[in-house]
Structure formats: structure tokens, C-alpha cells
Design a protein around this ligand. Structure first.
Ligand code: G6P
Length: 610
């Protein structure tokens, strides 16, 4: 998704800007650009290629500057083309370019504004909503960039994070935030803006998280922040120890593979501080909150939504309170029935997903103030906006397709089920001990699943020639079937659907032929016999089954039934192990097809627009 980096300094900022863009690359983008103030004028370089190519162009043009802004763009309005790439320029009155601007988010009233600006003579070079903002600021500019941006913001509807520089004002950069993340980074005689603090790793660890409505004025000697009313405000400075996004690949071919193999470590780290089950794992006063609530509402998107669906099975079965799970982008616009005794749980790897943040705000506006997040980024907006939090310790996840973030979310959600159960007197000490033992053994159990990789590679070769696949699961493994199908389609582009196996005969059975592999999750649980009947239904119609069966099931390979034996049944935590093997299947199928595994086409890591 779009990324912003900007700097004002007393040194050449181009290396910092390019390095910042590189750190944001993993989020997904389709063009990039940089604009700098050099010798009384604004200069710009843009590319629809990678940041490395942009850097080559910048070096060729021998750009050097101490004020500049840079951007990675994930197209929303206007195709991924150089003329739509940011920064956008404006300079109607002066003839030369006077304003350069980068933007994340979506301006909803861009049509109205474009018409107005066209009528007064502005000529548009792009199809973007962003260029409208550049011209609007130029139109309002009377020698003071801060004032122009403040006035422009009053006219903007929608979500935005902006960074703007002007040809008349060297050593000045103005930023604004409304609904899209933006941070200010404080240095010694230099200051920065970025859409994610990670972009500033190596430059500064002193970070201010701007709030919605904030406009920020950055010069060499100061950073001044103004709230939506125009009053100057102080915002807390956080010391953030930033990890580089570009971790070493080590022996792996892709970040996704590395991240799949990191899962024993990631899950172990996520459980690191868990000595016993206690509500306080989720924050001070969590026990009071858990006592008060009598239901749970989970809000999330994508893979995080599937973690939520799995948690529904756990929380209802272990803690015995009702759970509903909603796709955040649907919930925020639905006329739902609120209940103040609800625990609202958001799940988000990044903590910046626009739909999930808006759904959270919507829930709060309906009077539901008991909020908790399961999040992988401690400094994110999601964590700041929720009363309670559990921070997963997956580490930076670079592959767009989520893997270690998912299994660590599941781990945290299982803990949540146990903690609520404890407060609701549903967790006898013996059961707590058994669950804790399983959790502690989980990293080893995941490692034994990873050891099955060679068998999965064999299957992946066969999958790579297919155009469709069906994933079946039952009970708490149904959401894992959905996630397995999502992983396959995201990175291999093979069309895949997840189904609860019992629904097979209500529709998808019509699709079953020898050309449609049917992946089946077959744990040894109380639904196994029913699942075997579903498998028979496929087999009898000439379908080809690929079964991940627990070692202690008696499912054997035969014609058109291929079986990979999983370790023995892992009880309530079995979905985590089955999720891991399906990640490997998707990964190796994508490798066999030669797709761009870590940056699948059209997708972004962190979706900060609606
Ligand atoms: C994007 C990513 C997915 C992720 C989803 C939700 O679609 O590609 O991997 O599951 O956003 O992101 P979040 O950061 O809120 O978990």
C-alpha cells in the first residue's frame, strides 16, 4: 500500500528518502517517486518500476537536496502509470512548479474539487485524487505553506496522510493526517515524516504519532503540531526501537518461506510471558472488563478475519459465551444491534487497516467501550485506540500473504478464550494445566509439521497445473479451509474456495471432476466419520482428494486419494498445525508457477485505504 517518507535536514536527504522507500517496499506498490527542493526549484523523478530503478534514475540526474518527499503508490484512482505516480506538482499562478505533494488515502470529494479547480484554470495531468489536493494547496498558497495546507484540509473529505513542500520555502515540509497513518520523526537539526515509523529506522527513534485532524509544520529547528481547530498542541514523543523491514533471507528463497519456517520461534515468543492464564495478560483491568461482558464481537479483514472465525469456536466452546465475527468493511456500514456488554475484539497484523480501524470507531460510537486488540505492532493506531491489547511477537512480516502473523494471532486468541473462561468460572485448574502444556509444546509441534515440506513439494507440482481447487474442513477447521484457499489464490492465482465439508452436496459437488483437486483437512476428532462420508461423495464422482490426515486416523492412500500424515491429533490447537501445512502447499504451488510470491500482483501488505 502507499508509503510516504519526507525529510528536512542540513545534509543530502536523498539516501534517507530512498532507504525509507525501500523499507516500505514490502507493503506492496506499483509505482514510486521522489521530489526535492534543489537550487530554488522543485525536481521530480518517478518510476513504475522498483525503488532500485528510481534510485538509479536519481543518481543519473545527480540530485542532491536537503528537503524532499518520496512515495510508493498502490493505485486506487488512475492506472499505475508514471503520470499518476506521486509526487504531484502544481504551480498554476507562477507557471513553474510551486507545490510538490505525496498522499496516502482517498479523497472522496475529488470530483467536485477538480471541477472547481479546472474552472479557475488548473490543468490536470493525472487521473488521481491526489493531484486535486496539490492544485488546491497551490490555489490557497500565499507564501505560507502551513496556512495553505490548513485551509486545504478544511475542504477535503475522505482519508489522507499528506507531505508537502514548496519551491518558495526551503527547509520546510508540512504534513497532515486524517484517517491514514502519519508519524513525525525527530532528529538533531533534522526532522522527518513517514507513513510508518519503520521507514525511519536508522534515521531516528524519536517518533510522534500524529492524530486525526493534525497538521504538522517541520523545519530544521522545530516540529510544530496543530490540531483540527488550528490550536498548537503537544503530542507525546515515543522512543521506538525499529527493526529493519529488510531482514536477511538466510537460506530461504522468499520471505514467505522464511516466515513460514519462523513460526515455532514466533509462537514461542508470543507465549514468552505466559506463566499462567490470567486476564492481565491483556492489560490492566482486563479482569473487570471480562467480568462485565457477556458476549464477544470480533472485527477484522482478510487472514485476520479467519483467525477471528477460528476463535469463535474456541471462545464459545471453552468460555461458553456467544461470539460473532464480522468482516470489518461490512460491519462499519451495517445497521447492527449494539450491546454495551460486548467485548469488541479487533484482530490486525499491522494495526493500521483502515476498515478495521473504522469498524472499531463505529462500535465505540454505538456505545461499546470494552475494546481489545490482538495486534503485531505495539505502536500502531489499533493498539493506541483499544483499552486492552495482546501484542503478538511475530516480528516484521514482509511477505504480503500472512503466515506467522496468522498463527501468532491464533495463539493469542486461544489465550483470550482461556482468560475469559477463567473469569467466567469455566476453566478448572486441571484443564488450564492441560491447555498450558499444549501451548508450550506448540512450537515443537509446528516444527514437526514443517518437516513434512518435501511431501508437500511433491503435491505442489501437481497443483500447479490446476485452475481451481476446493478446500474442505469441518468445525474449527472450516476457517482453516477458508484460509488455505485464500493463501493459494493470493500467491498462485489459482482459483480456490473453502467450504465446510457438510455443505458439499448443497452446491460445490457440481464442480467436482478429475480437474478439480479437493484438499481435505482431516483431524481425528468427533466429526471424522462424517468427513469421511463427505470424502466418499467426492471420490464416487471421480474427484481427486488431497488429504491432510492426523496420524491416528485410518485414512489410507488409494487411487485418487493422496494422504499426507500429520503428527498425532493436537486437540483444540489442531487448527494451527493444519494452517501451517496449507501455507506450505500454497507457497510451493506458487513457486512451481514462478509467481512473485512475496509481492503478489494487485495486493498490498497493509491496506490503509477503504
Ligand atoms: C491485507 C493483507 C492480508 C491481511 C489483511 C488484513 O489484505 O494482504 O494479509 O490479512 O490485509 O490486514 P491486518 O494488518 O489488519 O491483519
Amino acid at each position: 500500500m502507499c508509503g510516504i517518507v519526507g525529510a528536512v535536514a542540513q545534509r543530502n536527504v536523498i539516501p534517507a528518502l530512498l532507504e525509507g522507500l525501500k523499507r516500505l517496499e514490502y507493503r506492496g506498490y506499483d509505482s514510486c517517486g521522489i521530489a526535492v527542493y534543489q537550487q530554488d526549484a522543485l525536481h521530480r523523478v518517478r518510476s513504475t518500476d522498483r525503488v532500485a530503478e528510481l534510485a538509479a534514475q536519481v543518481h543519473e540526474q545527480q540530485l542532491q537536496a536537503d528537503t524532499g518527499i518520496a512515495h510508493t503508490r498502490w493505485a486506487t484512482h488512475g492506472a499505475p502509470a508514471t503520470h499518476n505516480a506521486h509526487p504531484h506538482f502544481s504551480g498554476h499562478e507562477s507557471g513553474a512548479s510551486r507545490i510538490a505533494l505525496v498522499h496516502n488515502g482517498i479523497i472522496e470529494n475529488h470530483d467536485v474539487l477538480r471541477d472547481e479547480l479546472r474552472n479557475i484554470g488548473y490543468v490536470f495531468e493525472s487521473q488521481t485524487d491526489t493531484e486535486v489536493v496539490a492544485h488546491l494547496i497551490d490555489h490557497l498558497y500565499q507564501g505560507d505553506l502551513l496556512a495553505a495546507v490548513q485551509q486545504a484540509c478544511l475542504r477535503l473529505q475522505g482519508a489522507y496522510a499528506l507531505a508537502v513542500i514548496a519551491s518558495n520555502e526551503p527547509h520546510r515540509m508540512v504534513g497532515a493526517r486524517n484517517g491514514s497513518p502519519l508519524v513525525a520523526g525527530l532528529g538533531e537539526g533534522e526532522n522527518f515524516l513517514a507513513s510508518d515509523a519503520l521507514a525511519l529506522a536508522g534515521e531516528t527513534s524519536q517518533i510522534i504519532y500524529l492524530e486525526d485532524g493534525d497538521v504538522v509544520d517541520l523545519k530544521i529547528e522545530h516540529v510544530h503540531i496543530f490540531d483540527a481547530s488550528g490550536a498548537q498542541v503537544e503530542r507525546a514523543i515515543h522512543t521506538v526501537h525499529l527493526q529493519s523491514g529488510e531482514a536477511d533471507l538466510g537460506p530461504y528463497r522468499h520471505y514467505m518461506q522464511k516466515e513460514i519456517f519462523e513460526q515455532p520461534r514466533a509462537v514461542g515468543d508470543t507465549l514468552q510471558d505466559v506463566e499462567a492464564i490470567t486476564p492481565e495478560l491483556f492489560g490492566d483491568n482486563a479482569s473487570q472488563t471480562f467480568e462485565q461482558i457477556d458476549r464477544v464481537l470480533i472485527l477484522a479483514c482478510g487472514t485476520s478475519y479467519y483467525a477471528g472465525l477460528t476463535a469463535k469456536y474456541w471462545i464459545e466452546s471453552i468460555a461458553r459465551i456467544p461470539v460473532s465475527v464480522e468482516i470489518a468493511s461490512e460491519y462499519r456500514y451495517r445497521d447492527s444491534v449494539p450491546n454495551a456488554d460486548t467485548l469488541v475484539v479487533t484482530i490486525s497484523q499491522s494495526g493500521e487497516t483502515a476498515d478495521t480501524l473504522s469498524a472499531l470507531k463505529h462500535a465505540r460510537s454505538l456505545g461499546m467501550e470494552n475494546t481489545l486488540t490482538i495486534c503485531n505492532v505495539a505502536t500502531s493506531a489499533m493498539v493506541r485506540e483499544c483499552k486492552l491489547a495482546y501484542i503478538t511477537r511475530a516480528g516484521v512480516e514482509i511477505g504480503v500473504a500472512s503466515t506467522k502473523a496468522f498463527t501468532t494471532q491464533l495463539t493469542a486468541l486461544f489465550l483470550l478464550a482461556l482468560a475469559i473462561a477463567q473469569v467466567k468460572n469455566q476453566l478448572p485448574a486441571e484443564k488450564e494445566a492441560v491447555y498450558l502444556k499444549s501451548l508450550r509444546h506448540l512450537p515443537k509441534a509446528i516444527a514437526s509439521v514443517l518437516a513434512l515440506e518435501p511431501q508437500v513439494i511433491d503435491w505442489a507440482e501437481r497443483f500447479s497445473s490446476k485452475e481451481h481447487a476446493l478446500f474442505l474442513g469441518r468445525g474449527m477447521h472450516y476457517p482453516i479451509a477458508l484460509e488455505g484457499a485464500l493463501k493459494l489464490k493470493e500467491i498462485s492465482y489459482i482459483h480456490a474456495e473453502g467450504y465446510p465439508a457438510g455443505e458439499l452436496k448443497h452446491g460445490p459437488l457440481a464442480l467436482v471432476t478429475e480437474a478439480m483437486p479437493v484438499v481435505t483437512i482431516a483431524p481425528r476428532d468427533e466429526l471424522l466419520e462424517k468427513l469421511k462420508s463427505n470424502m466418499e461423495e467426492v471420490h464416487a464422482r471421480g474427484g481427486e482428494l488431497y488429504v491432510f490426515a492426523d496420524a491416528d486416523t485410518n485414512i489410507a492412500s488409494s487411487t485418487n486419494i493422496h494422504v499426507i500424515r500429520m503428527p498425532e491429533n493436537y486437540g483444540m490447537l489442531s487448527p494451527i498445525l493444519h494452517a501451517v501445512i496449507l501455507q506450505l502447499l500454497a507457497y510451493h504451488t506458487a513457486c512451481a508457477l514462478g509467481t512473485d510470491v512475496d509481492k503478489p500482483r494487485n495486493l498490498a501488505k497493509s491496506v490503509t485505504v477503504e
